[in-house]
Design a binder for this molecule. Structure first.
Ligand code: DOR
Ligand code: ZN
Ligand code: ZN
Length: 428
């Protein structure tokens, strides 16, 4: 199908185009950018994007789809639907499923299910670093890469054994894939539930100190320096982590970082007692940490906004804070929170926002995307940056309704998501 997207405000971080440009799409490819004549586009499907922004599809480096093992929380197909609704045309599913994605056949299986049951959103699977994420035996990283894994991670935890992790980094380096690091020292985090500090004391909950994240961030950066692997730090939440990323970049290391919308929008003061929708790992930190995350994003230390989309069932999230699982559903709120909290407040220009959501992640993964220049794949999103509404979890297409943002006033709405020129999501 051929499409003419007219009158939209194009934001293309690859070419720097920031203004009114029409797009002509032929056979899933961006054929022409700029003014298009009626005769050039004769017979083409017309999408009128007047008053809207046209951007490369977003790429989420960090999602949890729960298939296999916890399909009641999310399946690959429902996760892909939520992605499309959130403006994401590609996602990286983390390996902490049951069984764990720790071998080639499971990578293949995921891709196969995505192809058969999905909506076309690109899946870039992340393989585990150790078998069963048990931290003792290295997984078959090379085999997984051959099968289509685009990165490795032990997300949900860190590899505690630094020697083993160092070997994994060497293999990842050889294979040319990044290591996505969940930084958490379990011996410090213990059975903590929310950030250690006044709030935890007030609520009588065990705390997770910032150092649980920071000591592993430091370790991982040092190992990345030695092995020269591309290290991407997941869900940075502390001011010291942001500081360490900045220092690593200044040293020229291949270190990048993401911050999740919940960590730049909320801090521990916002936690509602006994509401496990405020429970995630890493936890909501102090005000200074939140401010450091915002500044890190604005100043360029933080390359990516990723969701850590972590859907859970209603019953388990209704458990007492201490017993409920960590995580929030993030795919369908990330864009609006980014616009509201970072663009409308002046931390990011719309173009910088698109960079953090598309080109940044594409570069880290080494995949196509983040560009709408002539010849690129027509994976794109059309959005309204001024549409104001309240987040309603009952409208989520994700199975996970676990969000602390229900009822929150936001601005910014995805109108259409296209993959290879085909509309896969449309806001009616
Ligand atoms: O909040 C989180 N949820 N953090 C993690 O590290 C894991 C994730 C999950 O899988 O639910
Ligand atoms: Zn994690
Ligand atoms: Zn995660």
């Amino acid at each position: 199908m051929n499409t003419w997207i007219k009158n939209g405000h194009l934001l293309d971080p690859d070419t720097g185009r920031d203004g009114l440009f029409d797009l002509l799409i032929e056979n899933g490819i961006v054929k022409a950018v700029g003014s298009v004549s009626e005769e050039q586009a004769g017979g083409y499907e017309v999408i009128d994007a007047s008053g809207l922004y046209v951007m490369p599809g977003f790429i989420d480096l960090h999602v949890h789809f729960r298939e296999p093992g916890y399909e009641y929380k999310e399946t690959i197909a429902t996760g892909m639907k939520a992605a499309a609704k959130g403006g994401f045309t590609a996602v990286c599913p983390m390996p902490n499923t049951n069984p764990v994605t720790d071998r080639a056949e499971r990578i293949k299986k995921m891709l196969d299910i995505g192809r058969k049951e999905g909506n076309g959103v690109h899946l870039y699977p992340v393989g585990a670093i150790t078998e069963g994420q048990e931290g003792t035996t290295l997984a078959d990283i090379k085999g997984m890469v051959k099968a289509g894994a685009k990165a490795v991670s032990e997300d949900g935890k860190s590899v505690a054994d630094a020697g083993l992790y160092r070997r994994a980094m060497r293999i990842a380096k050889e294979e040319g894939i990044p290591v996505l690091a969940h930084c958490e020292d379990r011996s410090i985090a213990g059975n903590g539930v929310i950030n250690e500090g006044e709030k935890a004391e007030e609520l009588g909950l065990p705390g997770i100190p910032c150092t649980a994240e920071d000591v592993i961030t430091a370790r991982d950066i040092l190992l990345a320096k030695e092995t020269n692997v591309r290290l991407h730090l997941c869900h940075c939440s502390t001011k010291d982590s942001v500081h360490m990323v900045r220092a690593a970049k200044a040293e020229g290391l291949l270190v990048t970082a993401e911050v999740c919308p919940h960590h730049f929008t909320l801090n521990q003061e916002d936690i509602i007692p006994d509401d496990a929708d405020y429970k995630m790992n890493p936890p909501l930190r102090g005000k200074e940490d939140m401010a450091a995350c915002r500044k890190g994003i604005a100043g360029g230390s933080v390359d990516v906004i990723a969701t850590d989309h972590a859907p859970h069932g209603k019953e388990e999230k209704e458990l007492p804070m201490a017993d409920a699982p960590f995580g929030i559903a993030g795919l369908e709120t990330a864009f609006a929170l980014t616009v509201t909290e970072l663009v409308k407040t002046g931390y990011l220009t719309p173009m910088q926002m698109v960079e953090k959501l598309s080109l940044g992640p594409a570069r880290i993964l080494g995949v196509q995307g983040g560009s709408l220049k002539e010849g690129s794949c027509a994976d794109l999103v059309i959005a309204d940056l001024d549409n104001a509404y309240r987040i309603d979890k009952n409208t989520f297409v994700s199975k996970g309704k676990n969000t602390p943002f229900h009822g929150r006033a936001v601005t910014g709405c995805i109108m259409k998501t296209l993959i290879k020129g085909e509309v896969i999501y449309q806001n009616d």
